[in-house]
Structure formats: structure tokens, C-alpha cells
Write a new protein. Structure first.
Length: 155
């Protein structure tokens, strides 16, 4: 198991230790409050990467919000439902078109981007940004964020 100091993610050391202790005792690590507490600092760090990023969230594959760092005017329940639908459609299209397992869904609208990245098989990272966002840099940071969340071993 990776120790919290090695992660350098900004997650509270006590939060990660509590999750690891729960896991070591065979307790259910899926406690959503503990998951949110461990992941939220990573999302805040992602949002602080660029003022063009207006929201980020980790959703379960069925659309439940696990952790969010979203601005005003974004309904996390609605975002979760839309993300679950987009992910499902993206997976179907990817398989139907023989493109392999889905890695990412990218939406480019007049008013910005929405990026969905898979976090293993259990969750999805959603990043919402303004149109002025540098897409390449945002994708690099989003992929680092996915790796940091996986390293926490809380999902």
C-alpha cells in the first residue's frame, strides 16, 4: 500500500491513514464521507491549476457524486446523472466502432469543455472548463489527477 506522504497529493494525511486503517481491519472502505474527504483536496488542486477550470468531480459509474470541487450554479446530482449517461454512450460507441475500451469522453461546446476520464473500472473524473482553457495541459493535469486518485486506493 502506498503511504500518504509518497502521494504528495494534498490529501489529508489523517484521512488517508483512517482509510488505510479501515481497510486493514477489513472494514468497508467505501464509506462515501471518507472517500470524499480523501479525494476533495486532489480535485481542489486540479481546479487551482487553471482559472479556466470551473468544476471537477469524481462520480461513480452509476452517477453518484463521490467527491466534488464545483462552483456555484453546478448541480452535482444532475452532473452525475449526465456523466453516467455520457460514459455509457461513449462505451457503447467505442465498442460498436471497435475502438477498444473507452478511456475518455471529450465534449467541446461554444462555452467550454467537458472531459470525462475513467478512474479504473469504478469511477469517472469529470472536468468542466471555459473555452479559453489550454486543452492539452488540462488533459495532462486530469490524467495526473486520475493517477493520484488511483494511488489513494479508496475506490
Amino acid at each position: 500500500m502506498v503511504s500518504a506522504p509518497e502521494l504528495n497529493t494534498g490529501a489529508g494525511f489523517a484521512d488517508v491513514q483512517a482509510l488505510q486503517a479501515s481497510e486493514d481491519k477489513g472494514a468497508n472502505v467505501k464509506d462515501e464521507t471518507a472517500i470524499s474527504a480523501a479525494i476533495r483536496p486532489i480535485l481542489k488542486r486540479l481546479n487551482s491549476f487553471s482559472s479556466d477550470i470551473s468544476a471537477s468531480a469524481v462520480m461513480s459509474r452509476d452517477g453518484r457524486s463521490l467527491a466534488t470541487a464545483i462552483g456555484e450554479g453546478v448541480d452535482s446530482e444532475r452532473l452525475g446523472a449526465m456523466c453516467a449517461t455520457m460514459l455509457s454512450l461513449g462505451e457503447k460507441a467505442s465498442h460498436e466502432l471497435k475502438r477498444g475500451n473507452l478511456k475518455m469522453v471529450l465534449i467541446h461546446g461554444e462555452d467550454g469543455y467537458v472531459v470525462l476520464l475513467r478512474i479504473a473500472e469504478k469511477a469517472v473524473l469529470t472536468v468542466v472548463s471555459l473555452p479559453s482553457a489550454h486543452l492539452g495541459m488540462m488533459l495532462i493535469e486530469a490524467k495526473k489527477t486520475v493517477a493520484d486518485i488511483i494511488a489513494l486506493n479508496v475506490l
